[in-house]
Design a protein around this ligand. Sequence first.
Ligand code: AP5
Length: 216
Amino acid sequence: MRVVLLGPPGSGKGTCAKIIGGLYGVPVITTGDMLRAAVARATPLGRTAKGYMDRGELVPDDLVNSLVAERLAEPDAANGFILDGYPRSPKQAEALEKHLQKTGKRLDHVLHVELEDEAIIDRLSKRRSCPRCGAIYHLENKPPRTNGMCDTCATALVQRDDDRPEVIRRRLEVYREKTRPLLSFYERRGEIKTIRGDLPLDELPAALRRVLNGRG
Ligand code: AP5
């Protein structure tokens, strides 16, 4: 199973990606998490990426393309992957195409997770995430069992630096300018499927299964 998830920030791509990865037993590759890990380790990539991420801008294509190419070359991605947050620009879509051609594989699905701006801003301001295992929570819709602690690894949850209102607004603009045009690119090839990002969380696994099996 090879899936790309597209959609505005906070629409629920990461939440859907984790569910699909679990349903089909394939690795979830989240460029945002990989970049945040590089920032936390203060690697050369992380030091460069931090400024872009703090401003809500895209990290330059060549850096992200190399990061993803290395990850896709790992053995666990040979039989499938869920790409969450990549590609995000025409140059990244081209790089993915080249990788697929080189390996003789094709995408099974490009899933568009749709949500309006108002819901996105409300949602991101209440998101908390685990800096250790990447689990995603929401103060109202998906609170952790113990306040402020990850259910899976008991690490203190954090609010992402880029979930401040002014940065969220910039991320939405960048999405419209750079990433949304990819929807038409994949639409022309008949590869896009859409799922609403505001479905109740307990209905998501079944809804994703239906959409991916062509019954959505
Ligand atoms: P990234 O980490 O990818 O952020 P994003 O695309 O802005 O998406 P988010 O992670 O904010 O949201 P999401 O859609 O995954 O929603 P989630 O499931 O968490 O990127 C961050 C930055 O890194 C970028 O700005 C850029 O600088 C850089 N970057 C990353 N990839 C790059 C690339 N390819 N090229 C260049 N730069 C790149 O859900 C949000 C909240 O809603 C959560 O609290 C969740 O619990 C809740 N929720 C989700 N679904 C539901 C539901 N159905 N009902 C109720 N609540 C829900």
